[in-house]
Design a protein around this ligand. Sequence first.
Ligand SMILES: CC(C)(COP(=O)(O)OP(=O)(O)OC[C@H]1O[C@@H](n2cnc3c(N)ncnc32)[C@H](O)[C@@H]1OP(=O)(O)O)[C@@H](O)C(=O)NCCC(=O)NCCS
Length: 157
Amino acid sequence: MNPPEPSGVQLRFATPDDAVTLADLDRRAGPWPWPAAHYQVPCRGTDPAQGRVLLLEGATGPLAAVVYSRVLELGEIQNVISDPGHRRLGLARHLLSEVLAQLRIEGAERCLLEVRASNGPAIALYRRCGFVVDGRRRNYYPLGSGREDALLMSLPL
Ligand SMILES: CC(C)(COP(=O)(O)OP(=O)(O)OC[C@H]1O[C@@H](n2cnc3c(N)ncnc32)[C@H](O)[C@@H]1OP(=O)(O)O)[C@@H](O)C(=O)NCCC(=O)NCCS
């Protein structure tokens, strides 16, 4: 069952004006933020293959965001972030459910993602949304010192 619509937030696609705010949210969200420039293209949202951003906006700005893309029948979750002051309220799960529904409408048949093997909260979120682990890339992500594996997860849509 999909989570209920959270109250007091607005669901919308990002625009280029959101790129700086989303990069700031990402820096506050976790230890491995994207470079700010990575938000510019998906915030334009002109090409599904290059990414789009669906976000939940609260009174003072975005509270959570999902960056995703689609090439033909294959969707990909590129990033999910939520505001540290609003965790475990179901915001990321709600947003991810909306993205998966959108991908289905567009004809995607499967959704893929990669996640750091040490990222317990994100892995739990993806499992809760139905993703299963079906692969591993050894030493894929840089760490402070050394590297760590990526788990590959997927969900039939
Ligand atoms: C991962 C992240 C997006 C989760 O955001 P959130 O809004 O707190 O997630 P939700 O409240 O929607 O959680 C949905 C479910 O995910 C799981 N989950 C989320 N955070 C969890 C945690 N810290 N520990 C265990 N399970 C967790 C739970 O099953 C939860 O459901 P429940 O609260 O009913 O038990 C957030 O922790 C975050 O922004 N992390 C830093 C950025 C990041 O690592 N993104 C992933 C990149 S691949």
